[in-house]
Design a protein around this ligand. Sequence first.
Ligand code: GTP
Ligand code: SPV
Ligand code: MN
Length: 605
Amino acid sequence: MWKNLEEEVMADQISGELQRWVEEIAQLTQPDSIHIVNGSEGENQTLLNLLVENGTFTKLNPEKRPNSYLAMSNPEDVARVEDRTFICSKEEIDAGPTNNWEDPVKMREKLSSLFPGCMKGRVMYVIPFCMGPENSPYSRLGVEITDSAYVVVNMRIMTRINQKVLERVQTEAFVKCVHSVGMPLEEGQKSVSWPCNPKNIVITHFPEEGEIWSFGSGYGGNALLSKKCFALRIASCIAKSQGWMAEHMLIVGITNPEGKKHYIAASFPSACGKTNLAMLEPTLPGWKVECVGDDIAWMFWNEEGELRAVNPEFGCFGVAPGTSMKTNKSAMESLHANSFFTNVAKTADNDVWWEGMTEEPPEGMTTWLKEPYDPASGKVASHPNARFTAPIQQVPCLDSAWNDPEGVPISAFVFGGRRASMMPLVREAASWQQGVFFGAAMTSEMTAAAKGTVGKVRHDPFAMLPFCGYNMGDYFTHWLSQEKEGRKLPAIFYVNWFLKDEEGHFVWPGFGENIRALAWMCNRIDGKAGAVETPIGLLPKREDLDIPQECDYGKLFFVDRDKWLQEAEDLAAYFDLFKERLPVALKDELHRMSQEIGSWTAKDL
Ligand code: GTP
Ligand code: SPV
Ligand code: MN
């Protein structure tokens, strides 16, 4: 049964628990052959050729984009599927009111109706990977078993995969990730370009065992199990029990014109600006922003009481639409070569295009649905959740400490979301407790990153609603409990780049101009900028925030009493969901804010 694509690493050479588990999964899923992935260049090329042969990948024009490939998915498999994502803790209460829970015994039964024979006619790949810098006390290991070569080559960009890691997983503990596209092949049956099984998608987590099982989807976070499944859902559970933090946050270093540098970690919900902030090109002279990570942060307190952050990932899986030389030059440059694109449009000269890349769409394109593009049809050329996969080392503004085993020290957290009205451009929490309240109270309009109603405002605490692997009430408590004697607690801010006017136009230019809000934050940390106390936190003094001439400070910072009273009422109802697991401190914060807003008269800031 053991076979290998290149005979480079014979499967019977793996040992220990890894071997036992691989054999068990092979017995269950019945693949034609098994390939142990070692991350070598030769192996990668073999897989890329195979993907082109199968029609999954189209090789892009090597003169325009060397060593890069385009995939178009099944139109029914385009984003994360939150209603098919489960947390199977033993007790329902431990998954909490915001997760889909299923009894682990029942879920195992369900899996045993899906997985037997599901890899028939396919190769089963075994991918050893390391999350975080390889020689770091903060990194963790995983192994993903998958029947998708597309997953293998994407994982090779997104995580650290090599011979050394393959050796480590045979003696060290690792998180077990099992993935199948759920489309076994009969004898002689040919596969399709994007195998999947949309009707039977299930993405499930067993936090007590540290196991992930995913069936039916080949797309993004549903299939690249290192990302949201491991680095957030499972890692958040491990972090809770070990006293650290696994967060849906980008990490950047910001240097002011005097050369003083602060690292911040910022959490925004999916498709709300993490990758853009992580690679921001400042419009204010003298400021510099450097990228450590664009999606996930693992953070640990060291003996000096500093909070150190590492990026567990090795690549960027970024939203393509809206990315352009104007909005995100660094991202554009990072995907000049050695990158994959999924569900973007193909140009006549075999390159890629998406909405927002240029003002005018080029002629003669093929859409993500493999149809000729007709601008008059009103239909988009790329899917709104189309993505690029690019190696992090290609990010031009990469921070020198991006791979530091000790991580980088975090001076501030930034929360934010997409709200067309009422949430001011930027504000600061007056205390750790108020900051945690800011995170717990986060709301945002839904985006195309997950199946659902785009534009609908929903609660998304800490941008972790779809990613917290345990009871969100306990997660709030975990955040509050970070406040301990001897720790240098980061400052906490809340931003909203997405305010709109009556005509629906953004009132804030965003992107590179966001440095203005970041500069105020850095100046606050350094004790160089003032703030005004309001019921919703500290707002920047007019003279301390440098805004572009065309912007109206009053519009960016208006505290609408009635809307905030409504927000507080709505939040109270949301908090009630958590019953006795809601920390009293958050109830107190909400009560105080409601009281103060009730008697608030908007004053000049
Ligand atoms: P995920 O990868 O899904 O977690 O998304 P993300 O949080 O990394 O979001 P990303 O930076 O990719 O931005 C998502 C969309 O928001 C893109 O279309 C961006 O162009 C747009 N966007 C990002 N920052 C801004 C901003 O400051 N203002 C406006 N108006 N749009 C922005
Ligand atoms: C997100 O939805 O937050 C993503 C994309 O980053 S996925 O990897 O599909 O989760
Ligand atoms: Mn992103």
